[in-house]
Design a protein around this ligand. Structure first.
Ligand SMILES: N[C@@H](CCC(=O)N[C@@H](CS)C(=O)NCC(=O)O)C(=O)O
Length: 211
């Protein structure tokens, strides 16, 4: 097993899927959270001046999505055939369809504009993509298990991270509070993912962060 050091700000956002996969496989890694004031110095030293960075045996590697796929390939979260890999990618792309709405809220100027966009996203903007995710979930075993095959894959990790961590954060809610409305299969999926012993432990014990 290589040595792993994950560097990110003290938050979940683009780093948490890596942490979920590390935790699920019981992989030992250094979870380095940048101390305030240390960022400018670090930024100048790392490959693209951005985080997350995963140091693999001392080599610093950037780009979160590349790192998610690396973790998936190396640690058994990418299905067991090219077809399953394709299905995993389809789910990940569908999760990514939610990002433009997330960015719009980040980029909006003024509290009034932000709350207007938050309301739009929670009421309708996110729902088209949430329904698509539920359709994909349902295609595998009627939606009673995981998104692809019969084991947890990157697809589950990314869907959970978006619904449980990212959407509540951007909509100014507490983690896990995003209202999935009538999407009962997805609600059950979130509960199922969260109930895995290693994830339950991680969520209970992880640092409490504002994002
Ligand atoms: N495409 C990159 C984007 C990375 C990115 O924008 N990271 C932000 C934190 S979420 C960052 O490093 N911001 C500080 C900066 O650019 O100075 C990825 O997915 O890793």
């Amino acid at each position: 097993m290589p040595s792993y050091k994950l560097t990110y700000f003290n938050g979940k956002a683009r780093a948490e899927p890596i942490r979920y996969m590390m935790e699920l496989k019981g992989i030992s890694y250094e979870d380095h959270r940048i101390e305030s004031g240390k960022w400018p110095e670090l930024k100048a030293k790392i490959p693209l001046g951005q985080v997350p960075i995963l140091e693999i045996d001392g080599t610093p590697c950037p780009q979160s999505r590349a790192l998610f796929r690396y973790m998936a390939r190396e640690h058994g979260f990418y299905g067991s055939s090219a077809m399953e890999q394709l299905h995993v990618d389809v789910v990940c792309e569908t999760v990514d369809d939610l990002w433009p709405g997330v960015y719009a809220i980040f980029g909006a100027e003024g509290d009034e504009k932000k709350s207007e966009l938050r309301k739009k996203m929670a009421d309708e903007g996110a729902m088209k993509h949430i329904s698509n995710l539920e359709k994909l979930l349902k295609k595998n075993n009627g939606g009673s298990g995981w998104f692809v095959g019969d084991k947890v894959t990157l697809a589950d990790v990314m869907a959970f991270n978006m619904i449980y961590d990212l959407l509540p954060f951007v909509l100014s809610m507490k983690e896990g509070e995003f209202d999935l409305k009538e999407h009962d299969l997805l609600k059950a999926f979130v509960e199922r993912f969260k109930a895995q012993d290693k994830i339950a432990d991680w969520i209970k014990n992880r640092p409490v962060t504002s994002f």
